[in-house]
Design a protein around this ligand. Sequence first.
Ligand code: AP5
Length: 191
Amino acid sequence: MANFLIFGPPGSGKGTQSELLSEKYNLVHLSTGDMLREEIASVTSLGQRVESIMSKGELVPDEVVIEMIGSRIEANTGASGFLFDGFPRTVEQAIALDEMLAQKSTPVATMLVLEVEHDELVKRLLKRAEVSGRTDDMDTDIIKNRIAVYSEKTAPVASYYNNKGTFDSVPGMGDISDIFARLCKVVDKYI
Ligand code: AP5
């Protein structure tokens, strides 16, 4: 069993590449952003609680996402590996994930870090806003806030895994297929 984290700022391509990687390597794709959007679409009490936080581009509380991820790990006991997308986003979440995976004796193989220039992130998200209906894509100020929240609260997670020696930086500019090939080259080292 090999577990991977896919990491990078909003618009870096985590979701796009996760779809391709999870299919190729038979990994269970766990995206906290997708799970939270499903809660909002289903108008659950959790969805109602997080909707305004997400529409501003802020992070939802750690305990909410840690519990969501914990229950998905438990629900997929036969998985050949997990691909975590958008989680962990704080050092507290990273510590919680390490503890959950340690209980299963299945640590993180590596963090795949997509490196994308700031202007390209904004360009991709504004383009998606034309079709996605995502409230956090529709306004340049909200997009900038999401990138600022990433720099302040989420970027330290990369240092956390780098210090543990489980970190691989991957250029995330260019064609989706070229980026996928770069990621596969890294993943192949661990599988
Ligand atoms: P989340 O859903 O995780 O969003 P995000 O990190 O802002 O990432 P995006 O989905 O916008 O981008 P991505 O990197 O996945 O890129 P994508 O492949 O989609 O989180 C949303 C919110 O939920 C957070 O702000 C927070 O409020 C909350 N949340 C989630 N997890 C949380 C957690 N752990 N803790 C606390 N709060 C949490 O691509 C983007 C666009 O670019 C697409 O249109 C795509 O088609 C396009 N694209 C992709 N690659 C390329 C390429 N190579 N060239 C051109 N276009 C490309």
